[in-house]
Design a protein around this ligand. Structure first.
Ligand code: M6R
Length: 623
């Protein structure tokens, strides 16, 4: 949700900024812009509506930028104001000296705008961000007139601090000023910002993907912290100007992991990476030889976990679907009362958090604003807060009491795929970790671990059916309404299949428990409507067959995801996609893969942008 990259150092800034933007484009892609200060101290700004490539063309064809060693850039996901050139970042103050890029929302922007307008300031956009730029400019002037700045202190730093004291809301910002052409000021509250520390240079970005090419040494800014960066010096402090000793960390992921390689799309790459990603999630944790689970990240809280009275799993979108599978797993394997709730709902419903409640925040990015807010609420109410997170060092990961990283590698495609399956694997391991210490036998624990360890190879067999799935999808991709139905462990999979199809192919799809269909949605079924059933062999197989019959009787066309070798299912289905047999509680890891591929092939067939679907952003950092 908006991507920021900023640079100060000895290299020419502009190409580095544009390359950084391309890596961050998945965060938002309705418009983009760049600002640099040249060696004569002039500010230059280029902005364009559309993808980064449009901005790049603008710069290459007629609007070249001069050589400069400081600058910043932004890719936008619109919140306030339509995606137009004048609403694109960077934004300037009224004098044109100060430029700002911003990720987040300034909630009191209307009041500030009124105040600043009263002082004679003008605005050229509808954005909340421009208000902050103008406010910083106003305070910068005031400070210079009053001459209150101690020697050696940047007036820009002071103006930014003063402005941030007046704003309500969230921000990750980078600010430059042509009167201080070697100073980059960055600050954060609620929106991520990482400082890459190179030799005589700093690359600041919303996430590591734009940094890893330049350095692997990073500083994660916390809320209400800022940094003043010059090529040969930097200082970190709070926005109240209390100095902070920076902690320099090492980035975990390598540059190659962010590359597309030979794949046409990140989504396809990430679908096919799942066997490896799951092996990485399991490595060193699921010990097949001894039949035990080792979870170093939560071991400090083992006692609290064994004694927990209630587990609340929370997240949004795909992470919430993984949580729903986790809900079944926790009750099945750990025998603890569990619920899975949307983070956005948990946060505002005055939740009851009794003693012995464990809240598990599930998030790929670790930056989702709703999930972060729920986590904070849970901690405030005394819950033990755990995280199941992919992005190392992300805000949620740092705010939890303990957690388990997925180690799935970076997920770039907006449609979450490998994070989903790795989240389920992680939740299964957590359930085993607790369950074995409560009522679970060694034999049962061993059986599930064996099942988990078999998943990567079984999943590879499912992936081999990609072409078969494409031919099925091509027969139905013109249909505007689909249903996804499943029971038990496959109900969340049905939800996930529908979400994938909606978000990347813009087909209307609904997922629901197969039994729920007859309570209303059955009215939707008409001749030829594609209905995907997850109909693997298991405790509810016969009931699912009955539900299939109900759909067929009304003209629906059945695409069944079924167990390998199930001859019976062909009698009820137009098309069958087979998955290897697995324990019922682990089947979602296999049955979701065909649904991911259905969505991928449908989006391709309909000419949609698979990795950057309309209106979406990878990481949703506003509530
Ligand atoms: O980064 P998170 O896992 O917290 O993201 C949560 C959702 O925004 C995310 O899963 C979203 O639903 C995906 N686009 C679905 O594919």
């Amino acid at each position: 949700m908006c991507g920021i990259v900023a640079y100060v150092g000895r290299k020419i800034a502009q190409p580095l900024l544009v390359e950084g933007l391309k890596r961050l484009e998945y965060r938002g892609y309705d418009s983009a812009g760049v600002a640099v200060i040249d060696s004569a101290g002039n500010m230059h700004i280029r902005r364009a509506v559309g993808r980064i490539s449009v901005l790049e063309n603008t710069i290459q064809n007629g609007q070249a930028l001069p050589e400069s060693f400081i600058g910043m850039a932004h890719t936008r996901w619109a919140t306030h104001g339509a995606p137009t050139e004048c609403n694109a970042h960077p934004h300037l103050d009224n004098s044109g000296r100060i430029a700002l890029v911003h990720n987040g929302i300034i909630e009191n922007y209307a009041a500030l705008k009124k105040f600043l307008s009263g002082k004679g300031h003008q605005f050229s956009s509808q954005t909340d961000t421009e208000v902050l730029a103008v406010l910083i400019g106003d305070l910068y002037d005031e400070m210079k007139v009053q001459n209150h700045i101690p020697p050696g202190v940047s007036p820009l730093q002071r103006a930014v601090q003063a402005a941030l004291h007046q704003v309500e809301g969230t921000y990750g910002i980078a600010v430059i000023c042509k009167e201080e052409p070697d100073t980059l000021v960055v600050a954060r509250k609620g929106s991520p910002l990482i400082i890459g520390v190179g030799k005589d240079e700093y690359v600041v970005a919303s996430d590591a993907s734009a940094i890893v090419e330049h350095t692997t040494q990073v500083i994660y800014l916390n809320d209400n912290e800022m940094a003043i960066l010059k090529p040969d010096a930097f200082r970190t402090c709070t926005i109240d100007d209390i100095a902070i000793s920076p902690v320099v960390s090492q980035l975990e992921n390598k540059l190659e992991e962010y590359e597309l390689g030979d794949y046409p799309h990140y989504m396809l790459k990430e679908i096919f990476e799942q066997p490896t990603a799951i092996s990485n999630t399991l490595r060193g944790r699921a010990e097949q030889k001894d039949g035990r689970i080792v979870l170093g990240g939560v071991s400090k809280y083992t006692r609290e976990l064994i004694r927990a009275h209630r587990i609340i799993l929370t997240g949004q979108g795909t992470a919430w679907h993984a949580g729903l599978v986790g809900d079944y797993l926790m009750e099945d394997l750990a025998k603890i009362v569990t619920e899975c709730t949307y983070a956005s709902e948990f946060r505002y419903r005055n939740p009851i958090v009794e003693e012995g409640t464990v809240v598990v925040a599930i998030s790929q990015s670790g930056e989702t604003a709703d999930t972060l807010a729920a986590l904070r609420e849970a901690k405030e109410r005394g819950a033990l807060a755990l995280g199941v997170i992919n992005a190392v060092g992300s805000t949620i990961a740092r705010e939890t009491d303990a957690g388990i990283y997925l180690h799935a590698g970076p997920e770039i495609g907006v449609a979450s795929t490998k994070a989903f399956t790795c989240q389920i694997v992680t939740l299964a391991m957590l359930a085993l970790y607790i369950g074995r210490r409560r009522f679970m036998s060694q034999a049962q624990c061993q059986e599930v671990i064996d099942g988990l360890c078999a998943i990567p190879d079984q999943m590879t067999k499912v992936l081999e059916q990609s072409d078969h799935i494409r031919t099925i999808v091509e027969q139905f991709c013109e249909r505007e309404n689909w249903l996804f139905l499943g029971r038990g462990y496959h109900y969340p999979v049905a939800l996930e299949g529908a979400l994938k199809l909606k978000e990347i192919s813009y087909i209307h799809a609904e997922g629901m428990p197969a039994a729920e269909m007859k309570h209303g949605p059955i009215a939707l079924i008409n001749d030829g409507m594609p209905v995907v059933f997850i109909a693997t062999q298991g405790s509810q197989y016969d009931k699912v067959i009955s539900n299939i019959e109900e759909v067929r009787a009304r003209g629906g066309k059945i695409i069944a995801v079924a167990t390998e070798g199930d001859a019976n299912i062909h009698r009820y289905s137009e098309h069958v996609i087979e998955v290897p047999d697995a324990m019922e509680c682990l089947q979602p890891l296999l049955t979701v893969v065909p649904l991911q591929l259905i969505a991928y092939h449908a989006a391709l067939a309909r000419g949609c942008n698979v990795d950057k679907p309309r209106n979406l952003a990878k990481s949703v950092t506003v509530e």
